[in-house]
Design a protein around this ligand. Structure first.
Ligand code: SAM
Length: 191
């Protein structure tokens, strides 16, 4: 009986360590794992007006909540970048078993080393420090007309075009986002 208890405790410990690894291993890179809520995914893709002409870069693709929705519902192309290898394997498996695989690219790597020049839409659900580090890279590489949508955390210093409080989603249009907000219009002085 004592042996069985030890075995069960050992298995539980391993499962706990596995789950902790899955969620926390990528902390050092810019965010842990948490799938983007379904309502936020819909809001992000609608805000960015994603369509068949778009290439959506999802930064930290997780297990694919945004990538597969963008391709299979909105008919976009998508590039999912993910640093954690188990999630990359899940993404590749999902790509292989579902439709429109040729419109999906899964890259195992660090989004701080990505080339953003072919992105028309960038989606992110990351931590504030990662958003701040990404900003200069986005500014130097994003093509004019690109949209950036972020769940939970803004791009520091940028001016959002829209913000949806219900889903906590920010929409930015580049290069307008990098310009300071226009001052409120002054009432016309009359005599
Ligand atoms: C909050 S989850 C985002 C979930 C995902 N976008 C979705 O649609 O559900 C953040 C993800 O970013 C990944 N990540 C963190 N830093 C990264 C980096 N520097 N490069 C690539 N992926 C990273 C994490 O491994 C994690 O899977």
């Amino acid at each position: 009986m004592a042996d069985l208890t030890i075995d069960v405790a050992f298995v539980l410990l391993l499962l706990g360590l596995g789950a902790a690894y899955f969620v926390f291993a990528s902390f050092a890179f810019g965010a842990g794992y948490e799938p983007t809520p379904r309502r936020a995914v819909e809001q992000m893709l609608r805000f960015a007006e994603v369509g068949p002409a778009d290439t959506v870069f999802d930064l930290g693709a997780g297990t694919g909540a945004i990538v597969f929705r963008a391709v299979r519902t909105y008919r976009a192309r998508a590039v999912g970048v993910e640093v954690e290898p188990i999630r990359v394997a899940i993404l590749r498996l999902r790509r292989r078993v579902g439709p429109l695989a040729d419109r999906i690219s899964i890259r195992w790597g660090d989004f701080f080393h990505l080339d953003y020049r072919s992105a028309t839409v960038v989606t992110a659900f990351l931590w504030p420090g990662a958003m701040a580090r990404l900003r200069p890279k986005l500014e130097s590489e994003l093509p004019a007309g690109a949209r950036v949508v972020s769940h939970c955390h803004p791009v520091p210093g940028w001016t959002p075009t829209s913000y949806d409080r219900a889903t906590d989603v920010y929409l930015y249009r580049w290069p307008e986002a990098g310009r300071p907000p226009s001052p409120p219009a002054r009432p016309m002085g009359g005599t």
